[in-house]
Design a protein around this ligand. Structure first.
Ligand SMILES: [Zn+2]
Length: 89
């Protein structure tokens, strides 16, 4: 996988219109939105908020994988930019 640094532009084609670039950016942010940890094959280790939940009831119902905190950070940063976060959720 190609590593990007802050000095390298994202590989978005210059041929795209500004509106198409925004659509691509929305798509990218949606793909990168944090999700709850899910352990394929053994949901004992999955976050309780993962779609199939966690088999370890002692962990309670709340997120313990950090996804909620990372998602809240992304939403705050979108709001700081004046962007409605609902289109990304
Ligand atoms: Zn979680």
């Amino acid at each position: 996988m190609r590593q990007l640094t802050s000095s390298q532009p994202l590989p978005i084609s210059q041929a795209l219109t500004p509106e198409e670039k925004i659509d691509k950016l929305v798509e990218l942010v949606c793909e990168l939105m944090p999700t709850h940890y899910w352990c394929d094959g053994d949901n004992w280790y999955s976050c309780p908020k993962a779609p199939e939940g966690c088999a370890d009831d002692s962990r309670g119902p709340e997120c313990d994988c950090g996804a909620e905190m990372r998602k809240a950070d992304v939403i705050t940063r979108l709001l700081d930019l004046g962007i409605d976060p609902n289109k990304f959720l």
